[in-house]
Design a protein around this ligand. Sequence first.
Ligand code: FEO
Ligand code: CA
Ligand code: CA
Length: 656
Amino acid sequence: MTQDAVPPSVIAEEREDIAANTSDNPTMGDIILARLSRRELMSGMLAVSAASLAVSPTLLLAACGEANDPTPSFKFDELGAGADETHHVAAGYDADVLIRWGDKVTATAPTFDPNAQTPDSQSQQFGYNNDFIGYIPLDGASTHGLLVVNHEYTNPELMFPGVDPTAKKKARYDKITREQVGIEMMAHGGSIIEVRRDKGKWSVVPDSKYARRITAETEMRISGPAAGHEKMQTSADPTGTRVLGMINNCAGATTPWGTWLTCEENFNLYFWGKGAIGKVADTATLARYGIPAELAFWAKFHDRFNVSKEPNECNRFGWVVEIDPKDPTSVPVKRTALGRFKHEGAGNIVNRDGRFVVYQGDDQRFDYVYRFVTRDAVDLERPAANKNILDHGTLSVARFNADGTGVWLALEHGTGPLTKAGGFTDQGDVVIRARVAADILGATKMDRPEDIEVNPKTGKVYVMLTNNADRGPAAVDAANPRAPNRFGHIVEIMPDGGDHASPTFRWEILVKCGDPAVAEIGATFNPLTTSNGWFAMPDNCAVDALGRLWIATDGNTPAATGRADGIWALETEGAARGTSKLFFRCPIGAEMCGPAFAPDAETLFVAVQHPAEGGRGEPASTFADPSTRWPDFKSTMPPRPSVIAITRKSGGKIAV
Ligand code: FEO
Ligand code: CA
Ligand code: CA
């Protein structure tokens, strides 16, 4: 299949994966191989003694007592792996559609009509491609709260009649209308909805005072070291402090003070102006960020997305945005202290010294794992006191040493090579060009770091490395040991002394993914894992109230792995460590996003993104002829990305 025959959304996914990191950071040789062999020997059941060092005696006893149970933590009957037109959940659970693309969000939203979409109606309805989900309790409740949801990107071939994903790019560009671009821009961003569980069932509270849509045109403030910077100034905003919209918001997080961190990922896809390369300043930085990728067609009608017309607009995207969902009039803030790259999520924890620590992945082949530590301590008593806490702190990037240790390298202007003499004017310049600064510091090139989450029970940090088909045998290192890495792996970070602000850490590989029955793949699931239980391409993850890890995948198709994406429960401690078990699976063409638990662990919200998407070995799929019409299954309704609420039929905590 030529690239022109692949749906644009899939080209987007594949093109964003093309490595932009041509830096010369070290890969490692024989020492690593020596270490790997030792580590391989220690994998599986033999790893128990090593793993137990980090486990509480209670957990250990529990694990020993249930040594014959393949998944002692997760009490549910495993679902069969596979792929079909609908979603499936383990027996004894309900998986109910809560909200779909086009459903009403604001009080004035019109009823969804896929054949009569307008930018205005979409700006009031639930957007496309729900990704991150955060649950923010109201009055501390686990049955009444706000859901904050990212809308990452659009699939025009599934959203609109008459879009031919197999047409040449120029033909698609020529055909697209201002109206369609407007709808796509309004389908991006995020939604805030109020939800309530009544008699066991969740529903969206109609006409909520909190209901809000954030779009690609919502006015936002820029704060932190890059605010007002010369490189942030545009003709529409000479102050460099205001920007319209957020784009390609992938994963995210919530904070202990009740805000939503929503993370801009593949913002480069929206920028045009290849003719400007070499003529605008700092072409090298543009290239390092893959700008302009010329994939979405917004620049046809909006000059700000053309770097030859507005060279600095692209510097105003690629940030973590903080939104206060409890104040519908609040202005979202781009927090530049956390750095500019292709953010996946913002997994976080309050460190034992009170400072707030955010772990971040830069999702591209050979890009990096970052950490941000605030300067000030969080005030858990007074949420408002943390309003600007994310504007001051230290951004660092990870180097994973071959001996299982690691170092956080600070991206701090005036230290090491990040000086005026080194070409960095100030801290604003460092965060705007965070990737370039991280290259110079010698960060470890990873296999596409996606979600990173902290387990508050153990202090361990889980890093999802989704895959990297480009890693060659000469480029393997201890933390990224497979070449190519088609199915991904998960790395655990243990901060030294349990201090998440420590400059050093230890790390281990938790599992190498893929089918363990195929020896060449080299997967390292615990042998107790069944043929349904292994997974590939870990992307998002969540830790539940019991400290258990749940994995959401992106990229499983019948052609790739013989299964749809879904949610797998993964044991992380004791004898069962590395055992995985399938809990939920998506309809065909969909990616699994957003896993978020209500605080009482009785509900798991998941986001089914791009159901019916074609490509990646699957046939083309369109509005007129989609591979599934999930979740409505009506001939007049296209497939619709939707949020699902999973609860136990008999009530109670999930998988207990
Ligand atoms: Fe939007 Fe890295 O997934
Ligand atoms: Ca993702
Ligand atoms: Ca992904």
